[in-house]
Design a protein around this ligand. Structure first.
Ligand code: COA
Length: 152
């Protein structure tokens, strides 16, 4: 199976936060961010596999700063690791105040997707072609996370 580079499937999704995304304090719900992250990361996995991809896991996700209604929230998602049928995608989330231009880092997390056929059975994915030293370092870190997940 022909491999794919990280750059070939990278996704950047941006959306301004609406009142329906808010909690009672005017901040964006953590769940709204998680859904957005899953959408962006899922798009990366599907682009890589060109097949259905289901979310198998989302590692610990912490929120370093709040996002507010009206902010432009951006999720940058890219492939960090591929196994036989699974793929790890890393997401970086930022929020920008439209009026001031101030940008805050909201979160960073790792999700695992598994490519499946129509019946939900795992199927092989193309290998990931690593082009830069940064991508090779991310791969090694993802291998360690995978080992930790398996031991859980
Ligand atoms: C993910 C799923 C397809 C795995 O099926 P399975 O029969 O356990 O598959 P296998 O044991 O053959 O493992 C397949 C791959 O998934 C990986 N995997 C399975 N469970 C995992 C988990 N919880 N976290 C991370 N990776 C996982 C395995 O390491 C393996 O990777 P590899 O092929 O790269 O080595 C199955 O558990 C499933 O359908 N889960 C529900 C997914 C879903 O509906 N998500 C949305 C939530 S509402």
């Amino acid at each position: 199976m022909e491999g794919k580079t990280v750059a070939q499937t990278r996704v950047v999704m941006a959306r301004s936060m609406q009142p329906t995304d808010a909690n009672g304090y005017g901040n964006v719900h953590g769940g709204a961010i998680m859904r957005f992250v899953d959408e962006a990361a899922g798009a990366v996995a599907i682009r890589h596999a060109r097949a259905r991809a289901v979310t198998a896991s989302l590692d610990h996700m912490s929120f370093e700063a709040p996002a507010h209604i009206g902010d432009l929230v951006t999720v940058t998602a890219y492939m960090t690791y591929t196994g036989r049928t699974s793929m790890e995608v890393t997401c970086e989330v930022t929020a920008e105040n439209f009026l001031t231009g101030e940008e805050r880092r909201i979160s960073r997390c790792h999700l695992v997707y598994v490519a499946t056929d129509e019946r939900g059975n795992p199927i092989p994915v193309p290998p990931l072609i690593l082009e830069t030293e940064e991508e090779r370092a991310r791969w090694r870190a993802a291998e360690e996370r995978r080992a930790r997940r398996v031991s859980l």
